[in-house]
Design a protein around this ligand. Structure first.
Ligand SMILES: Nc1ncnc2c1ncn2[C@@H]1O[C@H](COP(=O)(O)OP(=O)(O)OP(=O)(O)O)[C@@H](O)[C@H]1O
Length: 294
């Protein structure tokens, strides 16, 4: 799917399959295209090009949408209704809703059942919004930055509730800017930036990239770069301004191997790659690939 807004390409030819039972973390910086992707899956917007299918059908078809639960970044709740009334009201739209008491327990809302939603704190409101996303026992749950603004305890309650619901077999997608959140929740991680999927893998594989280190050096013989490609645990290999950078999950092994192979180099530098750098490495590789194919 591709989605443009005038001159902005929010999603650029993305192909993605959300499988039954997966707990998916969608990681990307501001403006990456995460919310746009969720809005296409939930049928709130149409793609400019391409096709989106929800349970094999049209995301705008009520028969498919009844199996979907979502929490957008901002949720409007009727401020004079009580928490319990809102849960009952939303649950009443579904054929087999969760029991109100059970749901409120799951999200730590039991003590707030009689509170008007207008009197809830931001964090409590957020938990209620996520609870409402699952009250109808959806098979697919889309949560857009569900823990933004939550303190540590509220975040933990929400994560536990999401994990608990996922254990019942639903597919859950959570977007976030934070690796910590994705690490705590997701089994599969989709990294998205500039409207493109940069990586889509299980959590350990993504962490291996993020936990990677840069080994930077200047090669005496630039052609030697070909001898670096099969170094141990190499995630990425790039060259800039005469410097060669190897992104690797095992920098010690890379350095040992460089010496063993008698590669002539100078200015050796080893340092950790942050999540941001890992993003960057993925983005750079992406644009380098595009450049090569243009
Ligand atoms: N309705 C719209 N009109 C114009 N541009 C839009 C619209 N919606 C999104 N965009 C643009 O599309 C790009 C992707 O936005 P999107 O909201 O999907 O990103 P995001 O990854 O969800 O970001 P954030 O983490 O900040 O929520 C951005 O450049 C954004 O400005």
């Amino acid at each position: 799917m591709t989605r443009t807004f005038d001159a902005v390409t929010a999603l650029d030819d993305v192909t993605l399959t959300l499988e039954e039972g997966q707990l998916i973390g969608m990681l990307g910086p501001n403006g990456a295209g995460k919310s746009t992707l969720l809005s296409l899956v939930s049928g709130l917007r149409r793609p400019s090009r391409g096709t989106v299918r929800l349970f094999g059908g049209d995301p705008r078809d009520a028969a498919n949408r009844i199996l979907l639960g979502t929490t957008p970044q901002e949720t409007g709740l009727p401020s004079t209704l009580k928490v319990r009334e809102v849960v009952d009201f939303v649950g009443g739209h579904y054929p087999a809703p969760m029991a109100t008491g059970e749901l409120m327990e799951m999200f730590g809302l039991t003590d707030l059942a009689s509170r008007q939603t207008g009197g809830l704190s931001g964090g409590q409101r957020r938990r209620l919004a996520v609870a409402l996303a699952i009250v109808g026992r959806p098979r697919l749950v889309l949560l857009d930055e569900p823990t933004t603004g939550l303190d540590v305890d509220a975040r933990r309650i929400l994560w536990d509730a999401v994990r608990g619901y996922h254990a019942s077999g639903a597919c859950v997608v959570v977007t976030s800017h934070y690796l910590e959140e994705i690490e705590a929740l997701a089994e599969r991680v989709v990294v998205i930036d500039g409207g493109r999927v940069l990586a889509d893998d299980d959590l350990p594989a993504i962490l291996a990239r993020v936990g990677a280190r840069h080994v930077r050096l200047t090669l005496e013989h630039p052609a030697d770069v070909d001898r670096l490609r099969d170094l141990p645990s190499v995630v990425d290999l790039s060259q800039q301004d005469g410097r060669t950078s190897v992104l690797t999950a095992d920098s010690d092994a890379v350095v040992r191997e460089l010496v063993r192979r008698d590669v002539a180099f100078s200015g050796l530098e080893v340092r950790g790659a942050s999540l941001e750098e890992a993003f960057l490495a993925m983005t750079e590789r992406e644009s380098a690939t595009q450049g090569a194919t243009r």
